[in-house]
Design a protein around this ligand. Structure first.
Ligand code: ADP
Ligand code: ADP
Length: 232
């Protein structure tokens, strides 16, 4: 479903070059929840941002659902991106839009009609447990509620893949558990493949099937979560 081959990313050049990713290979099957764990600066953000080309790899290919997205033209890439949802540590909601209008945004951008948008947004808000908050603004919500809005927004365009960039790092442990449970639910019920990056072992332990360890831009381990945590 997601396949990175020989992916390298260098920021800058010459003496100032930072080799954020070095020859990364990673294959994630459809329906998996895969975690990438590593210290700050290891390359996690760069890695996950290469999967939807928020960053363009310097080298290598990124195949999502059978297509190498590094080779797509602008229009095709836009369409491909619609099938890749993403959520962030700081939620990235639009503060001047209500909960409903935040979730509706990707559908509006795709040119959907008002009636179709209503039909789509209501069940999404229901799924994330915010049916009664549709008219509120982000500032009126807790962190966990904000992340639920962001999840609903990410699901609006019916993605096959959900990328989670430190999605629970700004949340307290109890809220983290609830959000992870929601992500597990989405994986099981909708069959969405999830790639998440985190610096927290607990996140990996609680929902990932497999985990990769990244260190200095290199993937140094790739294991089933059970094996990873029982290894000597
Ligand atoms: P992590 O997410 O694991 O903290 P990052 O992918 O953010 O790691 O960063 C990996 C390395 O690349 C770090 O040395 C970081 O400073 C550097 N880096 C990240 N983004 C940029 C950028 N836009 N320009 C230059 N260097 C960057
Ligand atoms: P995160 O919360 O994902 O770790 P960071 O604070 O590391 O975020 O990075 C925020 C933004 O700054 C990202 O877009 C990243 O690419 C960029 N960035 C990170 N490190 C550098 C750097 N050394 N030089 C320039 N940009 C950077």
């Amino acid at each position: 479903m997601i396949e990175l081959s020989n992916v390298s990313k260098t920021y800058g050049s010459g003496a100032k070059a930072v080799h954020a990713l070095k020859n990364v290979h990673l294959a994630i099957p459809k329906g998996a929840i895969h975690g990438v764990i590593g210290l700050s600066g290891a390359g996690k953000s760069t890695l996950i941002r290469c999967v939807n080309l928020l960053e363009r790899p310097t080298e290598g290919s990124v195949v999502v659902d059978g297509r190498d997205i590094t080779r797509l033209g602008a229009a095709e890439l836009n369409r491909a991106r619609h099938r890749i949802g993403m959520i962030f540590q700081h939620f990235n909601l639009l503060t001047t839009r209500t909960v409903f209008d935040n979730v509706a945004l990707p559908l509006e951008l795709a040119g959907e009609r008002k009636a179709a948008i209503k039909r789509r947004v209501a069940p999404l808000l229901d799924m994330v447990g915010l049916a009664d908050k549709a008219g509120m603004y982000p500032a009126q919500l807790s962190g966990g509620q904000k992340q639920r809005v962001a999840i609903a927004r990410a699901l609006a365009s019916d993605p096959q893949v959900l990328l989670c960039d430190e999605a629970t790092s700004a949340l307290d442990p109890q809220t983290t558990s609830a959000i992870l449970e929601l992500l597990r639910d989405i994986n099981v019920k909708l069959g969405i493949t999830i790639l998440l990056i985190t610096h927290e072992m607990e996140v990996v332990k609680s929902i990932c099937h497999r985990v990769s360890l990244i260190s200095n831009g290199e993937l140094v381990e790739d294991a089933d979560v059970g094996d990873f945590f029982t290894a000597p």
